[in-house]
Design a binder for this molecule. Sequence first.
Ligand SMILES: NC(=O)c1ccc[n+]([C@@H]2O[C@H](COP(=O)([O-])OP(=O)(O)OC[C@H]3O[C@@H](n4cnc5c(N)ncnc54)[C@H](O)[C@@H]3O)[C@@H](O)[C@H]2O)c1
Length: 386
Amino acid sequence: MPGLRERPTRAGRPPPRSESTYRAMPAGPSIPSASSGGHAPRRSLVTGGAGFIGSHLVEVLLARGDEVTVIDDLSTGRRSNLPGMGHGVDGLRFIEADLRQALGALGPGERFDEVYHLAAAVGVRLVVDEPIRCIETNVEGTAALLRFALDHGPRAGAGAATLIASSSEVYGKSEKSPFAEEDDVVYGPTTRSRWSYAASKAIDEYLALAYHAKHALPAVVVRFFNTVGPRQVGSYGMVLPNFVASAIEGKPLKVYGDGRQTRCFCDVRDVAEALPRLLAEPRCRGRVFNLGSDRSISIRALAELVLEVLGKDAAIEHLAYEQAYSSGFEDLRKREPDLRRIRDAIGFAPRRNLEQTIRDLAAQMAGERAASPGAPGGGVKRGTHP
Ligand SMILES: NC(=O)c1ccc[n+]([C@@H]2O[C@H](COP(=O)([O-])OP(=O)(O)OC[C@H]3O[C@@H](n4cnc5c(N)ncnc54)[C@H](O)[C@@H]3O)[C@@H](O)[C@H]2O)c1
C-alpha cells in the first residue's frame, strides 16, 4: 500500500518492518466468533484500534487467536496502546493512516470475517473545537467502512459481520431516564455545534441499519455509555482520567457545574469483551444496543470516590461550565442506560466495579509517568465530563 505505514501479520503479508512473537494474554471468558468456524484464523479489522476502547478489543481478539488488522491515524490514539509496541506482534498488522485512505488502498483480495468500526473524532471538547473534522470523519468514514465491509466479507457475496460504534450522545438532551434503544432523540439547535457529534453518530446508525436492510450486511450498532479504565487519557475532556491525574499530582479535582449531574461508568474491559459476543449472535444483527453500566454516580461523588480509593486528600473545586466552554454549553443532568436489550441478547452485565477501575487506571498512569515523565494521560485541560 503505497503511502501507508504498515506493520504486517504472519499470513503472507508484505515484508515486516519489525516483528516479534506475541505472547497471548491469559485466556479470558470464551469469546465466540461470527465466522462459520474451521481452522483458519478469523480475520478481524479494527478501525481506531490504537485508541482507548479499540486497543482493549484488539487484545481480546488476539487472545482468541484472530489475525487482527488495525487502522488508526493516531489522531487521538497511541501506538503504545497496541500490544507488543515497537516489536511487532504475531497476528497483528497495524496500518497508520486515515481510515478512508487506508480502506481505499486495501486490495480486493483483503477479506475479513469481522469488522469493528471504532475510529471517530471523539470527545465533546474536540467536537466543539473542530466540528468539520468531527462530522467528516464520523460520517464519511462510516460510509466508506460500510461499503468496504460489504465487498470484503469472508467470501464473495457475503459481507463481513460489522459492528458500528455509536454513543449515548445520540439520545441528545432527552430528559427520559433510563435511555432505551427505541426512545426518541432530542437535540439542541444546529447553531450549537456540540450536537454535531450526536447527529453524526445518528447518521452512522441510519447508514448501518440501511446496509443491513438493503444489502443484508450483518451489522450491529452499539451505543457506548461512559466507558472508563486503563489507557483512557484526560486530554480530550474525559472526567475520570482527569480526576485520577489530579489526585496523583495532589492538585485540585475540577468539577464542572454543581457536580450533581450523574453518569454511569463501565470498565473498558467489560465493554471490550462484549463486542465480539454481539457480533457472534445472529439475533443482534440489524439492531441497536446500549452498552455500559447502569450504576449511577454524581460527578461530585466520583471525585470523592477517586480520593478515597487512592488515599489522597486533594481539594475538590467547582468551575462554571463557561470556564470550560463557550457560554451556552448544554450538559445533561443524567445519563443512564436501559440494559434490558443487551442483557437478553448476550447476558451482558458489568463485572468490574468502579473502585477497581480507578485503582487500575491510577496504576497504569503512575507506571507510564515513571517510565516517561510528562507522558500523556492526565494533563487537566479545558473539557467536559463525557
Ligand atoms: N469512551 C467512551 O466513553 C465512548 C462513549 C461513546 C462512544 N464512544 C465511541 O467509541 C469509539 C472509540 O472511542 P474511544 O473512547 O476509544 O476514543 P479514542 O479517541 O481513544 O479512539 C478513537 C480512535 O480512532 C482513531 N481515529 C480517529 N479518526 C481517525 C481516522 N480518520 N482514521 C483512522 N483512525 C482514526 C484515533 O486515533 C483513536 O485511536 C468511538 O467511535 C467513540 O465515538 C466512546
